[in-house]
Design a protein around this ligand. Structure first.
Ligand code: ADP
Length: 259
């Protein structure tokens, strides 16, 4: 929905990449990476050329979600060729280190790793590069917001008050650095019981929609808490590719069309 921002000397663009969108959450475990993967695949299903940059360098989950592993090969000099999963170009710190290696890095190292993954990767021509941000409002978010011309940010939250408060912090951070907030996704919004068919609002419901209205940002959609989403994500076959005609894929495609 938004125009690509102008590149400037302070925020040079990534050649060939039209839009860079950050997916962020105030805290961990709310389903940010699951949303990133399914949103990216839904954008692809809607006909766009898509890449995913896993900036969650302390807990990279994009390699698992896209079922890709291995080391990216250099194409020329220091520039690496991204790996590919389901037709989406993927780059992650997870490709550079062993899975069990803890990342104990200070801010400046985080920043240089992120800058490298953005600028020293042969992304090619992309309509959208979706960035899975680390949770919170720390160095990585600031680096991205300051050094990259972001078209906008999508905030993922669960309905509970606490998660929402954290999401609000994230939202305010993007506003402070003048990155448009494209909207809020409510994840784990409700549970449809497969046995009794009734709906249970496990973490409450509607909090993110109310919050979006209060903050004057679009509400992008509700994703239920559902076993199929967890199982397919953990198996590296996100629901948008493994069940493209199912109800969850439709929800993610709707979200993608509102971004
Ligand atoms: P984050 O990136 O915010 O830390 P993840 O996307 O890694 O969160 O999700 C955390 C866990 O919750 C994963 O096991 C994931 O499969 C599961 N999960 C995320 N969203 C849903 C959902 N809507 N329904 C069921 N499980 C979910």
């Amino acid at each position: 929905r938004v125009a690509a921002p102008e590149a400037s000397s302070a925020k040079p663009g990534v050649p060939g990449v039209r839009h860079i969108i950050a997916v962020a959450s105030g805290k961990g475990g709310v389903g940010k990476s699951t949303t990133t993967a399914n949103l990216a695949l839904a954008l692809k299903a809607n006909g766009l050329r898509v890449g995913v940059l896993d900036a969650d360098i302390y807990g990279p989950s994009i390699p698992r979600l896209f079922h890709v592993s291995g080391r990216p090969e250099p194409v020329s000099g220091r520039v690496l060729k991204p790996l590919e999963g389901y037709g989406v170009k993927v780059m992650s710190m997870g490709f550079m280190v062993e899975e069990d290696t803890p990342m104990i890095w200070r801010g400046p190292m985080v920043m240089s790793a992120l800058t490298q993954m953005l600028r020293e990767v042969a992304w090619g021509d992309l309509d959208v590069l979706v960035v899975d941000m680390p949770p919170g409002t720390g160095d990585a978010q600031l680096t991205m917001a300051q050094q990259v011309p972001l078209s906008g940010a999508v905030i993922v939250s669960t309905p509970q008050d606490l998660a929402l408060i954290d999401a609000r912090k994230g939202l305010n951070m993007f506003r402070r650095v003048e990155v448009p907030v494209l909207g809020i996704v409510e994840n784990m919004s409700y549970f449809l019981c497969p046995d009794c068919g009734s709906r249970h609002d496990i973490f409450g419901h509607g909090g993110a929609r109310a919050e979006a209205e209060k903050l004057g940002v679009p509400f992008l959609g509700e994703v239920p808490l559902d076993m199929q989403i967890r199982i397919t994500s953990d198996a590296g076959t996100p629901v948008v590719v493994s069940d493209p005609d199912g109800p969850h894929a439709r929800i993610y495609r709707d979200i993608a069309s509102r971004v």
